[in-house]
Design a protein around this ligand. Structure first.
Ligand code: AHM
Ligand code: MG
Length: 337
């Protein structure tokens, strides 16, 4: 029988045997996983735990916060603030960065998260998740928002936990992608897949088609060609999925391939897109690249974008390499035309 490996053992081996992560980072990842386990319990209770519905407040993005958005945010902060491995945190649900209080020791890492991604799916019992990204704090005593503004290629760990039919934690520390499924009887995340690879080709795309009339020409061209199927220039039929939880869409892509797009559109032309760079696009882009896929805003690799603001938005095209490259070509051709 194959040996069963818990997340704890996996991380210890990454630290001790392979020397891939420092002890403090291992601790940090264990704490994030523990917080995800606790969020998973709240999600599962649903109406019985009185966790559904709106909290009656707005976040910095002007979005109505759900009760679970706030619960998940608090769980992540409370789990992470006292362990001594972090200097500060930043979240989709907080306007400003959260410095570790003076009463606790401060570590060298910065943690960013979207505590509950796919908020519109909470009340309708569809998969949602937590996305996280870890950076190293630059030299200096105090922490400022500026310290968080590092390009995605500087991440030292990234992942998400998807709360679906199974609760699955997906992680990279820069040496491939591993998946861990929560074993509720044991209370542990168990390694269920290592060396995740995204097929380079796909016949499945994910985009919110209701925005079609607002798209720019390269996105319209790409999707239109997919829709033409076997009779069109692609010579094959495509399938479509849109879960409206990035975690669930990315999880499908890591599992069986596909392309995910949330591009700029004309609804709010001043904004580059809907998704946030620092705690949604960057961690997902790194996971996808680590699994052999690609991630771009159409014109630039997402991981190379120099961030200007903590909550900045970005266009996202990620997934199977050959499809992402095709979309990139369509953008390049549109620019040079
Ligand atoms: P959230 O972090 O507030 O939940 O918003 C992000 C979500 C993504 O998970 C998902 O891909 C997208 O918003 C869905 O947007 P739309 O409802 O426009 O299809
Ligand atoms: Mg989100």
């Amino acid at each position: 029988m194959a040996k069963s490996i818990s997340l704890t053992r996996y991380l210890v081996e990454q630290q001790r045997v392979d020397g891939l992560i420092p002890a403090q980072l291992r601790l940090l990842l264990e704490v994030v996983a523990r917080a995800c386990k606790s969020i998973s319990h709240s999600v599962n209770k649903g109406a019985l735990g009185e966790v559904l519905g709106s909290a009656g407040s707005e976040n910095v993005q002007g979005e109505i916060q759900k009760k679970l958005d706030i619960i998940a945010n608090e769980v992540l902060i409370e789990a992470n603030e006292w362990g001594g491995h972090l200097a500060a945190m930043a979240s989709e649900e907080m306007d400003e960065i959260y410095q570790v209080p003076n009463r606790y020791p401060r570590g060298e890492y910065l943690l960013l998260f979207d505590p509950l991604d796919g908020s519109s799916n909470i009340d309708v019992n569809v998969s949602i998740g937590t996305i996280f990204s870890v950076l190293v704090k630059p030299e200096g005593v105090d922490v400022s928002e500026q310290d968080f503004l590092q390009a995605g290629h500087q991440q030292v760990a990234a992942g998400y936990c998807v709360y679906g039919p199974q609760t699955t934690l997906v992680l990279t520390v820069g040496h491939g992608v591993a998946m861990f499924t929560l074993d509720r009887e044991q209370g542990s995340f168990m390694l269920t897949q290592e060396h995740v690879r995204i097929p380079e080709d796909t016949q499945e795309f994910a985009i919110n088609m209701s925005n079609m009339r607002h798209w720019d020409a390269p996105t319209k061209r790409y999707i239109d060609e997919c829709l033409q199927g076997r009779e069109g220039p692609r010579g094959k039929d495509f399938n479509m999925r849109w879960i409206a939880s990035m975690v669930a869409d990315v999880h499908r892509i890591l599992t069986r391939g596909g392309v995910f797009m949330y591009p700029w559109d004309k609804r709010e032309p001043g904004k580059p897109g809907k998704l946030r760079l620092m705690y949604e696009a960057n961690p997902m882009a790194w996971l996808v690249e680590q699994a052999g896929g690609a991630a771009t805003n159409g014109r630039q690799r997402i991981l190379d974008i120099a961030p200007e603001q903590l909550h900045q938005r970005v266009s996202v095209v990620l997934g199977s390499k050959n499809e992402v490259e095709r979309v990139t070509q369509y953008y390049a051709q549109a620019t040079s035309a």
